[in-house]
Design a protein around this ligand. Structure first.
Ligand SMILES: [Zn+2]
Length: 409
């Protein structure tokens, strides 16, 4: 049976990307679990020919993916903390937020963003189902509801008189399985003149820059402004402004409000919709051929690793992030070609990458083992990593990124 679009229920025969079977990207393994079977799930994206929403294909037992307590803490990235602080300052000024306002952040993680509102005396609430990160936010004085956001929770907040002047969703919109229910929740939990801001990776950049490694099971939707405008409209919302951000390889920050609200529409919205159409994002042809581009990236990485091995050069990875898992599993890279990956997060150290079973070590291992090449897997923070690891470069190590093609510097 042809899968149907999660937004508009149109059958979707068109395949956008097939990465085979992969384990959940955040299912890091302990050494003991290597004696157990490892679950993998199909990782395929389809595109809806009607609303142009690119989405993961559903499969049986998807709930098994969420059995893990995710180890990702937003505050471990300095550049992301700075990004959040700048956003809070700008939003506070633009929307005149103060001690009588109410801000909600969906997927508030460890409080990396809301702590800025706490510091500015703007009342706020985090919504975060992951226990470990929610607990970290609470220690900073941020109230957190440990639940998933959707229309049901939004209705509860509304009944309690807790509608928001500002609802923030950073890197959560693409991760919700039921995008219609989530969007409806945004509309329900908003004050009549309230503002929604969402940040998500821009599909236009993903295709252009061959960022297929941002695809993983928990990342359900790959979004264009064309698709999001339609999803918002169905929930009684409209987009009145949009910014293009450099984060995550090219993201959009959209500003939404109720259709009836008074926010003036910025010309940037129509301009970006026109650009997406000009690039063909409203046509099926745009989505064909991405598979071949992903395979070219994979082959480039394999060629680099094999050449390095032949030449007697050593390679280590840096950044045990989800992106790395997608790339390494699609390419079939194992410890023989990439013996270890360093990561600054203590929660990942001592574990193994899912699928590839490459050990994760603390960054000090780079100083001890002195690899010739350091493959930076999260290319979106490559310059930050290069700065941190500058002393190794001074000793001769070269940095490598694999997407959109292998680059050595
Ligand atoms: Zn659709």
């Amino acid at each position: 049976m042809t899968p149907r679009c999660r937004h508009c229920a149109t059958p979707m025969p068109r395949l956008f990307l097939d990465l085979g079977h992969a384990p959940p990207s955040n299912a890091y393994l302990s050494a003991e679990s290597l004696s157990e079977p490892e679950m993998t799930f199909p990782l395929r994206l389809r595109v809806c020919d009607d609303c142009h929403l690119v989405q993961t294909e559903d499969f049986a037992e998807a709930d098994k993916l969420f059995a893990h307590d995710y180890a990702y803490f937003s505050s471990t990235s300095k550049s992301w903390l700075d990004h959040a602080a700048r956003y809070c300052a700008t939003a506070t000024e633009r929307f005149e937020l103060g001690h009588n306002s109410f801000v909600i952040e969906v997927a508030s993680n460890d409080g990396y963003l809301l702590r800025n509102f706490v510091a500015a005396n703007v009342p706020c609430l985090g919504i975060e189902p992951t226990d470990s990160t929610a607990a970290a936010a609470e220690t900073q004085g941020i109230p957190v509801l440990r639940e998933f956001f959707g229309a049901a929770l939004a209705g509860k907040l509304k009944n309690e008189g807790r509608c928001a002047d500002l609802i923030i969703g950073n890197n959560v919109y693409a991760h919700v399985p039921d995008i219609n229910d989530f969007t409806l929740g945004l509309a329900i939990a908003l004050k009549p003149q309230g503002v929604i801001t969402l940040e998500f990776p821009h599909l236009m950049r993903l295709v252009e820059q061959r960022q297929f490694d941002t695809v993983y099971h928990e990342h359900f939707s790959y979004l264009s402004l064309i698709a999001v405008s339609r999803i918002f409209a169905k929930a009684g919302l409209r987009i009145f402004d949009v910014e293009e951000l450099p984060t995550h390889g090219g993201s959009l920050r959209i500003y939404g409000c109720l259709e009836t609200a008074q926010h003036t529409a910025s010309p940037r919205v129509d301009a970006l919709l026109a650009e997406e159409r000009a690039r063909g994002m409203a046509n099926a042809e745009f989505y064909d051929g991405f598979q071949a581009r992903a395979e070219a990236v994979k082959n480039g990485l394999l060629r680099f690793l094999l050449d390095a091995q032949r030449d007697g050069m050593t390679v280590a990875g840096y950044g045990a992030a989800a992106k790395g898992n997608t790339l390494l599993n699609f390419a079939g890279v194992q410890p023989d070609l990439l013996p270890f990956i360093c990561d600054a997060a203590p929660s990942k150290q001592g574990k193994l990458m899912p699928g590839s079973h490459i050990p994760i070590l603390p960054p000090e291992a780079l100083t001890q083992r002195r690899p010739d090449y350091i493959l930076i897997l999260p290319w979106n923070i490559a310059s930050e990593v290069r700065n941190q690891l500058a002393p190794l470069a001074a000793q001769g190590a070269k940095f490598v990124t694999a997407v959109p093609e292998v680059r050595v510097e």
